[in-house]
Design a protein around this ligand. Structure first.
Ligand code: ADP
Ligand code: MG
Ligand code: ZN
Length: 485
């Protein structure tokens, strides 16, 4: 494989090493385990056993790499730090380091293949992780990728200044622009998938395990280019397309399926004929009532892709809209920016989709969310109206000192929340959230940073900024003024 450097390997068609027979296997086990335990890094017994087990199941890995310790664990994988065996005698600074991602054996082969193809076709450029090597023996599969040292987001988000936040967001959006130019949605943009080497200001978007073809968008320029597309890219996108279809099976054949009248916004799902309740147009009155009418109860559940991480899902995913595109990722980038501006992580904490929508209504206001839902063919009914919060006020409150108790007589309270001015967090009626006051700073950040957050956290995907538009936004296009300037 042309992308694989310096190491003899075959991608995908990896030679299947046979496992050694039981006796020698147990000898080998003791030998590998002993060597593993003698290595200098501290490891728990469990970690030791996991590494030993991996090395035993994948003899090729043992031949090429020293596996040092576990550096990450996700839902679908464990990630280990590795270095080349041939570099064993070198001092650490001269070694080449790798992240070795061991995929859980229960992961679907199509999913693994798709992740690998995405890494290979898009990776290694524009802050997107590449792959050096893939090894497989039976159901044991590892991706070997360049290693980037990084710390947890929560350890540094509080002390990043405006310029560092600008650079971080710029790097993230460059990575997203690159991925989106292939017509691919990453779907799991969040700090633990965007690794930041703070010392060297290096960034890597990792984890294409949930990546998907953006089916609702026109073919992106990168795929329309006259140059011949690599076959693999075709396969990658086809795979992604297939995956997208699989995830929204319920939407298939919808055109032919009869649906209840007067519900043009309902998800197009196949309803068995005998299940279709006879409803008079407009007869359903359960919205807002305590209960669900039989007509609504008989309706099948909406199905749409919802892969991603709670707290980073945009309204179109929470509302199960089948129309999902690359703006799913720019929303998540907006959540990351909101975290950076307010120094709160996680920014949204809801445990389920309905509570997540309630959190969005709190931040954005019930009306903008209701309008977005309507445009997506969904209806949101809330028991109360929320005006939404002002991210600027929120950041100032969360980062700054607590406001002094209001002196008596208290200033006139806010007409909406009835709190005195310093305590009110309501959205500003007079000034749109995306307006920029070039001279103003809020909580140490230029006003433009909040304006960009408003464009990324736009509930309606069609109006939400793309990665390219975000990169052109004044906050990212120009270096932030130093505080005091
Ligand atoms: P999962 O699909 O299981 O979430 P990821 O690819 O996100 O797997 O990796 C899990 C974790 O492993 C990451 O959050 C990160 O801490 C670590 N990791 C992954 N790739 C690298 C890398 N190239 N360099 C350093 N650490 C990495
Ligand atoms: Mg991950
Ligand atoms: Zn108020």
């Amino acid at each position: 494989m042309s992308r694989i450097r310096g190491i003899e390997a075959k991608l995908i068609k990896i030679q299947k090493d046979r496992l050694p027979d039981l006796d020698s296997r147990s000898n080998k086990y003791v030998e590998i385990k002993k060597k593993n335990e003698e290595s200098f890094e501290y490891k728990s017994d469990v970690e030791n056993d996991q590494i030993t087990d991996l090395l035993l199941k994948l003899p090729k890995l043992t031949k090429i790499f020293d596996v040092h310790k576990k550096i990450g664990e996700g839902t679908f994988s464990s990630v280990y730090l590795g270095s080349l065996k041939q570099h064993a005698a070198l001092p650490d600074v001269q070694k080449r380091w790798f992240a070795i991602k061991h995929l859980v054996p229960t992961a679907h082969p199509a999913r693994i293949e798709h992740e690998l193809r995405c890494l290979r076709d898009m990776g290694g450029k524009d802050n997107v992780i590449g792959v050096e090597l893939c090894l497989r023996n039976l159901d044991t599969i590892v991706f070997v990728m360049p290693y980037i040292p990084h710390r947890k987001f929560s350890e540094y988000l509080g002390d990043m200044d405006a310029e560092e936040v600008r650079q971080y967001m710029y790097a993230l959006l460059v990575a997203l622009r690159h991925v989106h130019s292939f017509g691919v949605i990453h779907r799991d943009v969040k700090p633990s998938n965007f690794l930041y080497d703070r010392e060297n200001r290096r960034y890597l978007l990792v984890d294409f395990g949930l990546a998907q073809r953006a089916s609702s968008e026109p073919p992106p320029a990168a795929l329309e280019a006259p140059r011949k597309r690599p076959r693999e890219l075709d396969e990658c996108t086809n795979d992604a397309k297939r995956m997208a279809l699989d995830l929204s099976l319920g939407a298939r054949g919808a055109a032919a399926a009869p649906v209840a009248p007067r519900r043009p916004f309902l998800p197009k799902v196949q309803i068995p004929k005998h299940n279709i309740p006879k409803v008079n147009p407009g007869a359903c009155g359960c919205a807002g009532a305590g209960g669900v009418c039989t007509a609504c109860a008989a309706r099948p559940a909406a199905r749409a892709p919802r892969a991603g991480t709670q707290g980073f899902r945009p309204p179109e995913v929470l509302l199960k809209s089948p129309r999902q595109g690359t703006r799913v990722d720019t929303w998540a980038a907006g959540v990351v920016l909101a975290s950076l501006l307010t120094a709160r992580y996680p920014f949204f904490r809801a445990a389920d989709d309905v509570s997540a929508l309630a959190e969005l209504a709190d931040l954005l206001g019930t009306e903008p969310l209701r309008r977005a839902a309507h445009a997506l063919g969904r209806r949101i009914v809330t028991s109360s109206r929320r005006r939404g919060l002002c991210l600027r006020k929120l950041a100032a409150r969360l980062r700054g000192p607590a406001p002094p108790p209001a002196p008596p007589p208290a200033p006139p309270p806010c007409a909406h929340c009835r709190l005195p001015a310093p305590h009110c967090l309501c959205r500003d009626d007079a000034r749109p959230a995306d307006a920029i006051d070039a001279a103003a700073t809020v909580a140490g950040f230029p006003d433009a940073a909040f304006a960009l957050a408003a464009k990324l956290l736009e509930p309606l995907p069609a109006e939400r900024y793309s990665a390219q538009r975000a990169l052109d936004h004044p906050f990212l296009a120009a270096p932030a003024p130093r505080s005091g300037e």
